[in-house]
Design a protein around this ligand. Structure first.
Ligand SMILES: [Cu+2]
Length: 498
């Protein structure tokens, strides 16, 4: 509908112009061609000058009017360390091009007024003028050189990669239609390896290689949170088409290209809270965010830094917005510690490539679990609370042969007995009720003895340990479910004296 109206208006304007031309032609015939042409020239020349003045006033006035919504002016000062340098580059360029713009516009319109056609005036033909050639070649060349050199200096200042020894927070932004996935390195500070062949929309959208331990603590955040004053390196990539990682308030902008990782390094200098306080000084930011919903508060209260996609990447392009929050280093640590590693949801599922494999981190957390349980048992009053279930001692099915991973738990016991030489203990073997009770009794005895023998062969005095098999006589859970039976098959460490 709007398009039709615009089309009709343009059509009508065209008809009016044609009609005006006809009227002019007719009146010229009446008044005599030459007089009419002279009058026309005068009129056009005056209108050109009026247009020039109005146009220049409009240009200057609109830039003053819109100053506060332009990056680099008013409240929108840069919130990053390098941003001010880019802003000044824009200002210097604006200064020179502004001068040239005003001079050329004034000359263009003034000359067309001054040298309008009139009776008896003849044009002068200049074939060549060296002085003029020098002037209009040398001046732009000098100005261009100055701008390019200054630009290069700023570029070299802003764009170099970090030194490997430098302390930097590296995060990764992956653009796709139509969102960003923001990956953080987790506690180890290192982003794990990725491989596009491992991409699985359901379980592994980024193609993280979980056989690389560095990926295990990586987390994917729903917003970008960064500490103020710390250098940040953003690894930028895309999965489908070109996107562009754009943080306008930080003057960060870089293409996200499928298959070709790019990066941008910046240091935020203003927290979100500080930036809001600054906006508060400006009346336009004190207006209501939404006049229909006064509860939302004013515009400055609702302000957030944001990540946008600055590439027209498809129909949902606008929805690639993400909130960016700059906080104090302490707040950042708390936030990062509260995030859940992506791998947590993958570990021990069918998508886990490390199924059945023990990591260093597992060994450490199991040792912690053991020492917590032992500590509780040592402090317990009642004899029945002095029993610690050895969760990670396991035997091959139907036999009394220890699994490979059991040695970590056994080493925890050896360390305990070496550290606290007063402890003596009973190793108890238990089974579920499946099969023959006598066989179960015998296998539980064998298993308890195997554990005892292992400890003794590693230097624990024989007198400190007894091994007892209880068979199926002391279940701690129901034998009617698989889970219950699994709980009943166990090895226990009972502190006799300490
Ligand atoms: Cu995009």
């Amino acid at each position: 509908m709007t398009a039709l109206v615009i089309f009709l208006i343009v059509l009508l304007l065209f008809v009016i112009l044609v009609q005006l031309g006809k009227v002019n032609e007719l009146s010229a015939k009446i008044r005599g061609e030459e007089d009419a042409e002279q009058q026309n020239n005068n009129k056009t020349a005056v209108w050109l000058v009026i247009f020039m003045v109005a146009f220049l006033v409009f240009c200057v006035a609109s830039s003053i009017y819109y100053k506060n919504v332009m990056l680099g002016y008013g409240p929108l000062v840069s919130a990053s360390e390098h941003g001010g340098k880019l802003d000044s580059l824009f200002n210097v360029t604006l200064f020179f091009t502004g001068i040239v713009f005003i001079i050329t516009q004034v000359l263009l319109f003034w000359y067309s007024y001054k040298f309008r056609s009139s009776k008896g005036r003849v044009g002068q033909f200049i074939s060549h003028n060296n002085t003029l050639e020098y002037v209009w070649t040398a001046i732009p060349a000098l100005v261009m050189t100055f701008l390019v050199v200054k630009g290069l200096i700023v570029w070299n200042d802003v764009m170099p990669d970090v030194d490997p020894s430098e302390e930097v927070i590296e995060i990764e932004a992956t653009g796709y239609q139509f969102a960003w996935d923001i990956r953080y390195p987790g506690a180890d500070g290192k982003l794990g390896t990725k491989n596009y062949k491992l991409i699985n929309p359901g379980s592994n959208p980024l193609g993280m290689d979980f056989t690389d331990e560095k990926t295990h603590d990586d987390f994917i955040a729903d917003k970008i949170v960064l500490p103020v004053g710390k250098k940040v390196r953003v690894r930028i990539t895309a999965k489908d088409v070109l996107h562009n990682f754009y943080l306008p308030h930080f003057r960060v902008k870089m293409d996200a290209i499928p298959g070709l990782p790019t990066y941008f390094i910046f240091t935020p200098t203003t927290t979100t809270a500080e930036f809001k306080e600054n906006l508060r000084e400006y009346p336009e930011w004190n207006e209501l965010q939404d006049p229909n919903d006064p509860e939302l508060g004013s515009k400055w209260e609702n302000f957030e830094f944001e990540l946008a996609c600055a590439e027209l990447c498809g129909i949902g392009h606008y929805s690639m917005r993400k909130i960016v929050e700059i906080v104090s280093p302490e707040e950042y640590e708390i936030w990062a510690a509260a995030q859940t590693a992506y791998y947590t949801g993958i570990r021990n599922t069918e998508n886990d490539p490390n199924l059945g494999k023990l990591f260093n981190s597992d060994i450490i957390s199991r040792a912690k679990e053991f020492s917590t349980n032992i500590e509780a048992a040592l402090n317990a009053e009642n004899a029945e609370d002095k029993i610690v279930r050895l969760n990670y001692i396991q035997f091959k099915t139907g036999s009394s042969e220890l699994t490979e991973d059991s040695k970590y738990e056994l080493n925890n016991i050896i360390k305990l007995l070496n550290d606290k030489s007063a402890i003596s203990a009973e190793i108890g073997g238990h089974t579920d009720n499946i099969g023959d009770a006598a066989v179960n009794l015998s296998i539980s005895k064998d298993r308890a003895s195997v554990v005892r023998d292992y400890l003794i062969s590693n230097g624990v005095a024989e007198a400190r340990l007894v091994a007892i098999g209880y068979g199926q006589t002391q279940p701690t859970d129901s034998n009617d479910t698989e889970e219950g039976r699994q709980n009943n098959r166990r090895t226990e460490f009972k502190i006799i004296s300490q």
